[in-house]
Write a protein that binds this ligand. Structure first.
Ligand code: ADP
Ligand code: MG
Length: 627
C-alpha cells in the first residue's frame, strides 16, 4: 500500500508552488482582473476572450436571478430600472451625496448608512452589486489557473475616503476575496509603466474613464509613491463625449427639426448613445478621419457622417474642463508643468486623439500611451499583488499611498488638534498626549474629525468615543495618549490610554458615509482660503481655554489653601480673577492673554507658599532617611 501524501487545506504540498494573486480594477464602467504569469502582467480573458467586464449587473428574477457584464449590458435598454451600472458612484455614500442621483436610470433609495438600489429582487446595496462583479472576476481567475485565489489587490480612486474604501473591502469580502491591499488607481498605473523603477521624479496620471475624470500628481522618492495632489471631476467622462456626439448627429440628421437627445424615449436615448459611442470609438482609430452614425429612432432614422474635426469642436469644452483640473492640481501641488517628468494616460477615453493632443500640448511632452489604457490600472495592481503574495521576493517595492485629508481630535473650545497631517504616507501611526481639564475628571470624550480647518465645526465628524474610568486626579495630571493608526488600506483606528492608570478605549473608525471628492476639494480650498481667519479664531479660542484653565486652577488653590493669604493679597487675586473672567468673552486674543498672564504673575507668591506647605506636610512625621 502506497502512502498518500496529505496536505492541510490552504497549505501547499510544494513549498515552491506560487500563490495565485491578482490585481482587480473595479471601475465605474469596466472592471478587469490581471495576474503576473511568467514574470509578465496580463489581463485575464473570459471564456470568449474578452478581458473587459462591463461593471453592470441586471437583476432579472429568472434563473440565477441576475446577469453580469455583457449580458446585463444587452438588457439595459429594455430594462433600465433593474440594470445597475456605475454603482461605484454609490459606494459608501448616502443618497444625498450622490451627484445627479435623479438622472440615474434606476431608483436609488435613501437607506441609512449607504444608499441602495430598488430592484425587482428588493433593495440591493452598492456593496452587494460590486460583490457580484468581483465574484465574477474571482471565478474567472480561478478558472484560468484552475486553482483557488490566494488574494487580490483592488484599486480605488486616490480620493476615495474611509467609507468608500471600507465599502470596497466589504464587497470583496462578500465575494470571498482575500484583500491583500487596496491601492490607488494612479499609483497602480505608474507601477504598470515601471515608473517605480526610476529613482525619483514627479509624474502626472491623467485618467479619463467612462463617467469620471481624475488627475493625480505623484512623487516617487526612494521607491515610495506619494500623492502630491488629486483633482478631477466625478461627473465628466467618455459618456459626456457620447452625449455631445449624439447631439451633433441629431443636428446633422434633422437640422432645425433636431430633438435634443434628452427628450427622446428611454430606449431611443440608450440606443442613440450606444451608436454615438461606437462612432466616437471608430474615430479614434489610426488614420480614420470620419465615421458614420446610424440609429433608428421614433422620430425617424438618425443618419450622419461625423468628421474628426467636427467631433473635436463639439467636444472641446469637455477636453478643456479636464485641462483646467490638471492646472488646478499642479497649483495645489505647488508645481509647474515643467516639473512633471512623465505623464501616464489611463482610461479608455484617452484613446481619443483630441485628448492625447491636448494633454501633450499642455505638458509640452508626449504622454505615455504604449500600454492599453483600459488595462494599465489592473496590470499595475497585478504586479503589486504578485509582490504582496510573496511570489516575487527579488525586488521589494515599498509602496505607500497617502491620506487625502488630515485626521485629528477635538480639543477644548472646539479646536482641532491635527494628529495625522494630510498627505501623510500610509500605513502610519501617530500619537499625541492630552490631559484632563478639570480636577477629578474621570472621563474624556474623544471626537475624531477629518479636515484641514482649525475649528471642529468646519471639519467632518468621523467618530466619537469615551475614555472612562480615569482615576480622579488634579487637572493636568492625567496623561492621555491618543494614537491614530492608519493601515495600508487607509482605514483608521484610534486608541486612547491614560498612562498612569492604564485605562484604555479603542475605536475602529467606520464612518457611516463618505465624503465626495467635490467635498474634499471644497474642504481643501476652504482651508487655503480661510487659513488666516482660522489662525485668528484659533488664537482666540486658545487664549480663552488658557484663561479658563487659569481660573479653575486658581479657584481650586484658593479653596485648598486660601488661608495662606493675607486679606490684601486675596483681594488682589480676586480682582485679577474677575478681570480674566470678564476678558474671556472678548474676541481679542492679546487682551485675554495679557490678563491671564497678569493673574499668573500675582498668584506666583501664593503658588510658592502652597508648595512650601505641601513639602512641610509631606515631610511631617517622617524621618529624613525615609525621604
Ligand atoms: P472606467 O474607468 O470609468 O470604468 P474606462 O477606462 O474603461 O472607464 O473607459 C471607458 C470609456 O472609454 C468609455 O466612455 C468608452 O467609450 C471609452 N473608450 C473606449 N475605447 C475608446 C476609443 N477607442 N475611443 C474613444 N473612447 C473610447
Ligand atoms: Mg478607470
Amino acid at each position: 500500500m502506497a502512502l498518500l501524501q496529505i496536505s492541510e487545506p490552504g497549505q501547499s504540498p510544494d513549498p515552491h508552488q506560487r500563490r495565485i494573486a491578482v490585481g482587480i480594477d473595479l471601475g465605474t464602467t469596466h472592471s478587469l482582473v490581471a495576474s503576473v504569469r511568467n514574470g509578465i502582467a496580463e489581463c485575464l480573458p473570459d471564456t470568449v476572450g474578452r478581458v473587459i467586464l462591463p461593471s453592470v449587473v441586471r437583476y432579472t428574477g429568472e434563473g440565477s436571478g441576475r446577469q453580469i457584464g455583457f449580458d446585463a449590458l444587452t438588457g439595459q435598454a429594455a430594462d433600465p430600472a433593474n440594470t445597475i451600472s456605475s454603482v461605484k458612484r454609490l459606494m459608501g455614500r448616502v443618497r444625498s451625496d450622490v451627484h445627479d442621483v435623479d438622472n440615474l436610470p434606476y431608483t436609488v433609495l435613501d437607506t441609512p448608512g449607504m444608499a441602495s438600489i430598488d430592484t425587482c429582487l428588493g433593495p440591493k446595496t452598492p456593496v452587494e452589486v460590486s460583490a457580484e462583479l468581483l465574484a465574477t472576476l474571482r471565478f474567472r481567475a480561478e478558472d484560468s489557473f484552475d486553482d483557488d485565489l490566494f488574494g487580490a489587490v483592488i484599486t480605488v480612486p486616490a480620493y476615495f475616503d474611509d467609507a468608500q474604501r471600507q465599502a470596497t473591502k466589504d464587497a470583496a469580502q462578500l465575494a470571498g476575496i482575500n484583500v491583500l491591499r487596496l491601492i490607488n488607481e494612479p499609483t497602480a498605473a505608474a507601477i504598470a509603466y515601471g515608473l517605480d523603477q526610476a529613482s525619483e521624479g514627479v509624474f502626472a496620471v491623467y485618467d479619463l474613464g467612462g463617467g469620471t475624470f481624475d488627475i493625480s500628481i505623484l512623487r516617487l522618492a526612494e521607491g515610495v509613491f506619494e500623492v502630491l495632489a488629486t483633482g478631477g471631476d466625478s461627473a465628466l467622462g467618455g459618456d459626456d463625449y457620447d452625449r455631445a456626439l449624439a447631439h451633433l448627429a441629431l443636428q446633422k440628421a434633422f437640422a432645425d427639426k433636431a430633438p435634443v437627445p434628452e427628450s427622446l424615449s428611454g430606449e431611443d436615448k440608450a440606443n442613440l448613445y450606444a451608436a454615438a459611442r461606437r462612432c466616437k470609438e471608430a474615430l479614434s482609430a489610426d488614420g480614420t478621419h470620419e465615421a458614420t452614425i446610424s440609429c433608428p429612432l421614433d422620430v425617424g432614422d438618425c443618419q450622419a457622417t461625423i468628421t474628426r474635426s467636427a467631433f473635436a469642436v463639439a467636444t472641446d469644452h469637455l477636453t478643456q474642463r479636464t485641462l483646467q483640473a490638471v492646472r488646478r492640481a499642479l497649483r495645489d501641488a505647488g508645481l509647474e508643468k515643467s516639473d512633471i517628468e512623465g505623464v501616464v494616460m489611463v482610461g479608455g477615453s484617452t484613446r481619443m486623439p483630441v485628448v492625447r493632443d491636448a494633454v501633450a500640448n499642455l505638458f509640452g511632452q508626449d504622454p505615455l500611451t504604449n500600454l492599453n489604457p483600459d488595462e494599465v490600472v489592473a496590470l499595475g495592481a497585478a504586479i503589486q499583488a504578485n509582490q504582496l503574495a510573496g511570489n516575487n521576493t527579488g525586488d521589494a517595492l515599498l509602496l505607500l499611498d497617502v491620506i487625502p485629508l488630515s485626521l485629528g481630535i477635538e480639543t477644548m473650545g472646539g479646536l482641532v488638534e491635527r494628529i495625522v497631517p494630510r498627505n501623510s504616507t500610509i500605513p502610519t501611526a501617530r500619537a499625541q498626549d492630552f490631559t484632563t481639564f478639570k480636577d477629578g475628571q474621570t472621563a474624556l470624550a474623544l471626537h475624531v474629525v477629518q479636515g484641514e480647518r482649525d475649528l471642529v465645526t468646519d471639519c467632518r465628524s468621523l467618530a466619537r468615543f469615551e475614555l472612562r474610568g480615569i482615576p480622579p486626579m488634579a487637572a493636568g495630571v492625567a496623561r492621555i495618549r491618543v494614537s491614530f493608526t492608519v493601515d495600508a488600506d487607509g482605514m483608521l483606528q484610534v486608541d486612547a490610554v491614560e498612562t498612569n492608570s492604564g485605562v484604555q478605549a479603542h475605536i475602529d473608525v467606520k464612518p457611516s458615509y463618505g465624503l465626495s471628492d467635490d467635498q474634499i476639494a471644497d474642504m481643501l480650498r476652504d482651508s487655503y482660503a480661510t487659513a488666516e481667519a482660522d489662525i485668528k479664531a484659533r488664537a482666540v479660542v486658545e487664549a480663552r481655554v488658557d484663561a479658563e484653565r487659569m481660573i479653575l486652577a486658581t479657584q481650586s488653590a484658593l479653596n485648598a489653601d486660601g488661608d495662606l493669604l493675607s486679606d490684601d493679597d486675596r483681594a488682589t487675586i480676586d480682582t485679577h480673577m474677575a478681570a480674566v473672567e470678564a476678558a474671556k468673552t472678548s474676541d481679542d486674543a492679546a487682551h485675554i492673554e495679557a490678563v491671564t498672564k497678569a493673574l499668573a504673575t500675582v498668584t506666583e507668591p501664593f503658588a510658592a507658599a502652597r508648595m512650601n506647605r505641601g513639602i512641610t506636610q509631606a515631610l511631617a512625621g517622617k524621618n529624613l532617611n525615609a525621604v
